[in-house]
Write a protein that binds this ligand. Structure first.
Ligand code: C2E
Ligand code: CA
Ligand code: CA
Ligand code: CA
Length: 278
């Protein structure tokens, strides 16, 4: 028994060391990728439910590392946040996505671009100036830029947050609350902060047709948004039955695999030419 215990302990130690090594390797590779901007952006269409046409695109980051293969943003974004690399990576995302939206704009497609902003980026004192600078540099109209933040961002430094949002708003930029309903905030911020859109988290949409609690939540979020003059987007829409449900409740927009997975920019250009004939 004693021997076995010792073996187990050694095994455990080795296991921990390996996990730690994996993380160090990933950090090393991520640092390299951040230096070289070795990422891609994919774009997922956002569809106006009434008009049934694409009105926006959400930019989603992709990392395909030579050594580590394809790594999900749900894995490397937290690491980027922990290491501070999210600042450099986030700058690249902002500029790349705005430049892409400007290229579509120049081709005659007025598509809003949704960009995910980490709390760490948002809380930097130079954030607003950075965004303004990127708009100037790329020439994208500010009204086409939508920044997606999570409600947890609004938990800390409320005064600073409020000022940042006001300044962004004054430029004509819009703000969406991502993963709405999953954070720790109380609803009181909705009254106070200048936001434009609520994005209903996909965890509420996934079983909305089978689960009456999810139905109540989704219906209430749509009503709440409309009563406060906010727009509302449903994420993770995968079936036409979901579309009918959302249509019945007067949801404004949807996004999900039913319509399209996130796509590389070249494919999007072809895609919008087919679906949004001018
Ligand atoms: P998110 O912002 O909530 O993005 C939605 C995620 O759901 C995306 O995963 C998207 O590919 C996926 N999705 C879209 N439609 C469907 C659907 O119909 N069904 C299902 N099951 N999933 C769907 P992805 O691209 O893996 O991104 C995961 C998360 O990583 C994002 O969640 C966001 O929090 C973060 N992220 C991605 N790109 C960036 C970025 O550029 N900056 C920052 N800070 N975070 C990012
Ligand atoms: Ca998002
Ligand atoms: Ca989301
Ligand atoms: Ca999410």
């Amino acid at each position: 028994v004693k021997e076995r215990g010792k073996d187990n302990f050694q095994f455990y130690q080795r296991y921990i060391r390996t996990e730690h090594d994996d993380k160090l390797l990933m950090e090393k590779r991520l640092r390299l990728a951040a230096e070289r901007n070795d990422f891609q952006l994919y774009y997922q269409p956002q569809i106006d439910l009434r008009e049934k046409k694409v009105i926006g695109m959400e930019a989603l980051l992709r990392w395909n590392d030579k050594e580590l293969g394809t790594i999900s943003p749900t894995k490397f974004i937290p690491l980027a946040e922990e290491t501070g690399l999210i600042i450099a990576i986030g700058d690249w995302v902002l500029e790349e996505a705005c430049a892409q939206a400007k290229a579509w704009f120049d081709q005659g497609h007025r598509l809003r671009i949704g960009i995910n902003i980490s709390p760490i980026q948002f809380q930097r004192p130079d954030f607003v100036n950075k965004v303004k600078h990127i708009l100037e540099k790329t020439g994208l109209p500010a009204s086409l830029l939508d920044l997606e933040i999570t409600e947890n961002v609004l938990l800390y430094n409320r005064e600073e947050c409020f000022k940042t949002l006001e300044r962004l708003k004054q430029c004509g930029i819009t703000i969406s609350i991502d993963d709405f309903g999953t954070g720790y905030s109380s609803l009181s911020y909705l009254r106070r902060f200048p936001i434009d859109t609520l994005k209903i988290d996909q965890s509420f949409i996934r079983e909305v047709l089978e689960n009456s609690n999810d139905q109540a939540i989704v219906t209430s979020i749509i009503q709440l948004a409309h009563n406060m003059n906010l727009r509302v987007i449903a994420e993770g829409v995968e079936t036409t039955a979901m579309v009918l449900f959302l249509n019945d409740r007067d949801c404004d927009e949807m996004q999900g695999y039913l319509y399209s997975k996130p796509l590389p920019a070249e494919v999007v250009t072809t895609f919008i030419q087919q679906t949004n004939p001018e």
